[in-house]
Design a protein around this ligand. Sequence first.
Ligand code: ATP
Ligand code: MG
Length: 467
Amino acid sequence: MKNLSVKFKVTIWFAVIMIFIVAVTFCIILWASNSVMQKNIQDNLIETVEDNVDEVEFFEQLSDVQSDHGDDQYIAYNGGYLEIDDDFLDRVNGIITALYHNDGRLLYGENPLAMVTADIPFSDRTMRPAVSDGTTYYVFDCRLESDGTEELWLRGMVSENQGTGQLNSIIRISAIALPALLLLAVIGGYWIAGRALRPVEKITEAASQISRGRDLNKRIGLGKGSDELHKLANVFDDMFSRLDEAFKTEQRFTSDASHELRTPMAVIMAQCEYTLEEPRTAEEYTEALTVIQRQGRKMSRLIEDMLCFARMEQNGKSYPMERLDLSALAEDVCSDMSLIMDKNIALEWHIKQGVFVSGNRTLLTRLLTNLISNAYRYGRQDGEIIVTLDETDEIILTVKDNGIGISKEQQKKIFERFYRADSSRNTEGTGLGLAMVKDIADYHSGSVEVSSNEGEGSVFTVRFPRL
Ligand code: ATP
Ligand code: MG
């Protein structure tokens, strides 16, 4: 059973249940029609016998009889005559009625079951069964009551099989129609199961193509629909899209990172080769080493940043969270960085006291340092930087400068790794600073956004949930 397809299993279960239902229905139909029929047979017997009671009359003399009773029959009885009316039904619809005397003498009519019914005593208006040759007959007696007939009985008989022709045809029709309908239902069920499960085949196909060919562009593409399988397919498609995106980002990051590492490496190698070509003076060695040191620093910063990204992706192991005083942390960073005095820029801070977050000290320091160093780097001569920390229904940290600003187009991209706006090409930097700010904000379940006008300055706003 385990190796069968779901389609096949569903069909088998369906067929078994259908067979059971059909069999039960068939039995119920048979039982119900049979009991209705037996009831009918008995009711007919009672009605016929009771009707016949009125058709037998006793007359003392033949002259008492009215003459218009043409086909009536007369039997000498007890010194007079019994008139059997022509309406007396002695054989109708398989019901036989015969007239008896109390002592068992048959006076009128026939009784093909005489041998069987002889042992059954007369009993007024009671239905009794009599079995002959394996067939049950119903016997019903009625005592006559009119004057002179008090010792006479009418006995009616009918076979339980009377009218079974109808029942037989019901059985015959059902025996052909029900299996045919059953077959039709099973074929239909198999077809429906196949149709309903077709999307599963598509899902399997797409998933196996992706895993075989590592082709993350492939989609199931079931289209619109709100049933379970469409939902499943759409969830898979979403997942493939996200995997695809993550995979591409990862690839881009790796290639960008190696590219960024290659440049300082090439400078170092070239510097070494050039310097080692011939003996140099002490100043020349110092100059060469300075270049190498600068490039080395750049590389080490890059490697450190990449490590930081990688560690954050490991979720919480390298950067454990603790309850920390963000106000104190911000004040420390600001007072340290205010010493930079680059371009004669003044750094101001307005920090609300006692703002606590659940966070990691290293990462939050890095976030604020990156934002403030950008404000310095892209700030104007004699400009200013204002850092604020506030707590309302969330914690809001802003870094505002009045520097070169960022165009709307670039604002969309500055949080991407290695993105650097054209205007800042000439300055140092790798374009990882804001990407790290964003990842750190995400890591703390927060967010970061920028609002800026070119030439006027920028405000970076970071939001954290309250502790
Ligand atoms: P890194 O920080 O890695 O040394 P970077 O500063 O160039 O390099 P990001 O901090 O990610 O990289 O910033 C990306 C780009 O966004 C910058 O190149 C710059 O063009 C722009 N930018 C960032 N901060 C500001 C700012 N305060 N004012 C104007 N432009 C900014
Ligand atoms: Mg930066």
